[in-house]
Write a protein that binds this ligand. Structure first.
Ligand code: PMP
Length: 354
């Protein structure tokens, strides 16, 4: 039996996607060749890339609105610097809500002045700062929509006149937002899309070409747009699996449908964490992530018992990140409500035993 996979990333993907992906590795498109041994310039793969790019825009509701979708390499970490390389002329504004924002700020500082508009570092990133202002002369504002490690999520994005750049690595395609309020969105595939190895970048073309520097080709969004995301050999397998996952999501009813399920899952778990005297949530209630729920045991003496119980229940990946401790239940799109119920049953069983 497949484990209940609460891993933070790489993480659970839909079983039917894994099935189709494994078939394509052996025989893609009934051509008696593997997906990973054909040319990326062959018609069948070009179709995959085009399909993946248009599905991404369609699901985000951004078709025909001046956006381009790219599947690039180098992880979200490369986007920390690519965004600054392409957009930062003199000054940019950053909201610091955790490890990944901090890393994005570090890279951007290589290219200009960074104004940290607010930070939640004072409380180990357990909340989302709310009161801050974004300088109107900033080249852009950068934020991280979901903080994978700490388990916080931005629920209300600021209104601003400057372009908004958002790292959505760990909650893209999980909830409805007005995505047209963002000018550049990036997300590593390895949460709600596919295997590690490709990164989705969705960019509004009109914000490009405004910086006074020469951009190396591999980091230049315009170059990738000009080559339809095929400037160099793309990560064919991760792009293919991402396409399958996006098709799966579309067939399910898109983001609106998965958002309802995600809300049910997170409500089920957070209600139990709040009810059960043996557990405490780690972050501010109003900022809790629907993707990554972080919590601790109120009595550390129960650690071994609890760890044995969830392992025995077939649960995987529940340990918290080393910088936070405790536990983290990641409930990405492909995780079922039933899996969350199994975890909740273990929490209740521990209460009965203790
Ligand atoms: N941003 C966020 C929100 C993340 O969770 C991660 C890690 N999964 C990253 C950026 C870094 O991504 P990558 O490992 O693809 O560089």
């Amino acid at each position: 039996m497949k484990k209940h996979n609460f891993s933070a990333g790489p993480c659970i993907l839909p079983q039917e996607v894994l099935q189709k992906a494994s078939e394509a590795v052996l025989n893609f498109n009934n051509d008696n060749l593997s997906l990973i041994e054909i040319s990326h310039r062959s018609k069948p793969f070009v179709n995959v890339m085009e399909n993946a790019r248009s599905l991404a825009l369609e699901l985000l509701g951004l078709e025909g609105k001046g956006y381009k979708a790219l599947f690039l390499q180098g992880g979200a970490s490369t986007q920390f610097l690519a965004t600054a390389y392409n957009l930062l002329d003199t000054k940019a504004a950053y909201l610091n809500t955790g490890t990944w924002s901090t890393k994005a700020i570090k890279e951007a500082k290589l290219f200009g002045d960074i104004v940290e508009v607010a930070s939640s570092k004072d409380k180990n990133f357990t909340y989302i700062p709310k009161e801050y202002s974004i300088p109107s002369d900033a080249d852009y504002f950068h934020c991280t929509s979901n903080n994978t490690i700490f388990g916080t999520q931005i629920k209300h994005f600021p209104e601003t006149n400057v372009p908004v750049v958002c790292d959505m690595s760990s909650d893209i395609f999980s909830r409805q937002l007005d995505f047209s309020k963002f000018d550049l969105i990036y997300a590593g595939a390895q949460k709600n899309m596919g295997p590690a190895g490709t990164t989705l970048v969705v960019v509004k073309e009109e914000i490009l070409g405004k910086v006074n520097r020469t951009i190396p080709s591999m980091l230049d969004y315009k170059v990738h747009i000009g080559k339809d995301s095929m400037f160099n050999t793309p990560a064919v397998f991760p792009v293919y699996v991402s396409m399958l996952t996006l098709e799966w999501l579309k067939n399910l009813g898109g983001i609106a449908a998965i958002e309802k399920i995600n809300e049910q899952k997170s409500a089920l778990l957070y209600n139990e964490i709040d009810r059960n005297p043996l557990f405490n949530g780690i972050v501010a209630t109003e900022d809790r992530s629907h993707m990554n729920a972080t919590f601790t045991l109120t009595n550390e003496a129960l650690t071994d018992t609890f760890n044995t119980m969830w392992n025995d229940a077939g649960i995987n990946g529940l340990n918290g990140h080393r910088s936070v401790g405790g536990y983290r239940a990641s409930m990405y799109n492909a995780l079922s409500l039933e899996s969350v119920q199994v975890l909740v049953d273990v929490l209740q069983e521990l209460e009965r035993k203790a």
